[in-house]
Structures are given as structure tokens and as C-alpha cells.
Design a binder for this molecule. Structure first.
Ligand code: G
Ligand code: G
Ligand code: MN
Ligand code: NA
Length: 259
């Protein structure tokens, strides 16, 4: 596959870049942080989204150096924002971790190293892992995540509610945030909102809060959805209603507007 063989050179040539999508507090709309979303500016095909190359990088193992670069770059960026917006409270940076990265023996050491070199406090970093990556996870797999959580790094369960959500299993996982999948938000778009989706979200929020987990909702596209999700008790939100993923200066502007 052409894209697969081009990946290592692309990383060396600096063809990857990161877009940031803001995460906002649902109660007052202020910025809580941003999710780092990687893109590939391919010399022939133009800008490729992660769906086009993350699975290939995952398959070849290039996800390890690529993921390291994403972490390093987005943590550096978050620290830059932090230093310029000290009064706004800590700004969070969310970084996606793929299953291969989770299994990598140097995950904890490298994350500690990146944080120390940047000066960003561990509590400002949130690592997103998908539910499916943790299905049937044994203690060996959970141990690095526990170590990171003990240092203060937040672990978020991404795309929550799409897989084989095992609610009882949540207690065992070192997660502090649930990211509710976009499919639930889509159910809020209808008028009236899908009553079953309402009940499900209500139940998930109540369970999450009773376990001291924060709830982030993805894919908010309208003000009506945001209001509905706020009423249901969700804490933070992400979606086109607030902003599409974009260049880092967009986050900088939003932070200036909040101040
Ligand atoms: O930005 P976009 O909606 O195209 O992202 C699609 C998916 O790609 C997201 O759900 C996200 O989980 C994944 N993704 C984006 N950036 C990264 C990254 O840096 N590492 C990994 N492993 N996945 C990413
Ligand atoms: O990590 P995750 O797979 O959840 O990445 C989020 C993905 O969802 C990104 O690809 C991003 O571009 C996309 N996205 C973010 N906000 C919205 C939205 O409001 N609506 C839709 N349809 N997609 C969104
Ligand atoms: Mn994500
Ligand atoms: Na997601």
C-alpha cells in the first residue's frame, strides 16, 4: 500500500500536523481545553484525516513514533497556552492513544519525560483511550494507565457507549472522564429529543457522577443539543456548534475572549 510505505518518511519530513478542537464547560461556555487531532498533509493527496492513516500506522507500528510526536507537540502547545492564560485556570489537552501505544513498555516513562521537559503539570493532560481498547484488559494492561492516573494524568474513555459498554467494569478502570459518543448527541437533535436517548444519557451521567467521573459529550452541533445535554448534567462538550478542529491560534483567540 502506497500510503503505508510513505508513512515513515512523512514523519521525518514533518508532513503531519495537529488541529485542535475546543472542549467547553456546558454551564458557561468557557474553554476547558482542547483535543489534539492529527492530520497528514500528503504531497500528492492533500490533507488526509486520521481515519485514512491511523489504522495503517497502527498496523506497521509507526503509531509509536507518530503518537510520541503528537504527544510532544500538543503538550508543548498546551504549555504555551497555559503560560499566556494563567488566570483562566488550568487548560486541558486531550491526546488520543491507540491500543499499540497502550501496550508499549515505555508509555509511562516517555509520557513523564514529555511532561517534565515541557513544564506542563500532569493534571493538564488527558489521555483518551477507546472502550474497545480496554475490553477484557488485564492488570498488565491497566498498570501503566494506573501509574499515569496516580501522577494526576486524566484518562478518558473515548466513544463511550458504542462498544460493549460494561458498566460494572468501569469501577475497575483508572478512568476519570467518560466521553459520550456522538450517536447520543445525534438523538438530541430531533424535536422532541429521542426519549430513549434522553433516558440513557440521564442514566449514564448519574452513574458516572456517582463514580466521580466527569462526562464530556461529543458532536454537539446545535444550541438546542447543548442546552439539553447541560440539563441532563453533562459537564463538558465538544462539537461544531462551538468550533471545528482548527489551527492552534483559534484556541488562543477563544481563551483571550474568555478572559
Ligand atoms: O479529527 P477526526 O474526526 O477525523 O478524527 C477521527 C478519529 O481519529 C478520532 O476519533 C480520533 O480518535 C482519531 N485520532 C485523531 N488524532 C489521533 C491521534 O493523534 N492518535 C490516535 N491514535 N488517534 C487519533
Ligand atoms: O476521538 P474522536 O474519534 O471522537 O474524534 C472526534 C471526531 O469527531 C473528529 O474526527 C472530529 O472532526 C469529529 N467531530 C467533532 N465535532 C463534531 C461534530 O459536532 N459533528 C460531527 N459530525 N463530527 C464532529
Ligand atoms: Mn478522541
Ligand atoms: Na470520540
Amino acid at each position: 500500500h502506497g500510503l503505508t510505505t510513505a508513512l515513515p518518511a512523512a514523519l521525518e519530513r514533518g508532513e503531519f500536523f495537529i488541529e485542535y478542537q475546543p472542549l467547553v464547560h456546558l454551564d458557561d461556555g468557557t474553554v476547558h481545553g482542547a483535543e489534539a487531532l492529527v492530520r497528514w498533509c500528503h504531497p500528492q493527496h492533500g490533507v488526509l484525516g486520521p481515519d485514512r492513516f491511523i489504522p495503517l500506522a497502527e498496523h506497521t507500528g509507526l503509531i509509536v513514533p507518530l503518537g510520541r510526536w503528537v504527544l510532544e507537540e500538543s503538550v508543548r502547545q498546551a504549555n504555551f497556552w497555559q503560560e499566556r492564560h494563567t488566570d483562566g485556570g488550568p487548560l486541558r489537552i486531550n491526546v488520543n492513544l491507540s491500543p499499540t501505544q497502550l501496550h508499549h513498555p515505555r508509555l509511562v516513562a516517555e509520557t513523564v519525560d514529555v511532561l517534565e521537559r515541557s513544564g506542563l503539570e500532569p493534571g493538564a493532560l488527558c489521555l483518551e483511550v477507546t472502550e474497545s481498547a480496554l475490553i477484557g484488559a488485564d492488570d498488565d494492561l491497566l498498570k501503566p494507565l494506573r501509574q499515569l492516573a496516580e501522577m494526576g494524568v486524566d484518562i478518558a474513555l473515548d466513544d463511550f457507549g458504542t462498544g460493549y459498554s460494561n458498566l460494572a467494569n468501569l469501577r475497575r478502570l483508572p478512568v476519570s472522564v467518560l466521553k459520550l459518543d456522538r450517536s447520543f448527541t445525534m438523538g438530541m437533535q430531533q424535536h422532541p429529543a429521542d426519549p430513549v436517548d434522553l433516558k440513557i444519557v440521564e442514566g449514564i451521567v448519574s452513574l458516572a457522577h456517582s463514580l466521580d467521573l466527569a462526562v464530556t459529550v461529543e458532536g454537539v452541533e446545535t444550541g438546542a443539543q447543548a442546552e439539553q445535554l447541560r440539563k441532563l448534567g453533562c459537564d463538558t462538550a465538544q462539537g461544531w456548534y462551538y468550533a471545528r478542529p482548527g489551527a492552534p491560534d483559534r484556541i488562543h483567540s477563544l481563551l483571550l475572549a474568555d478572559a
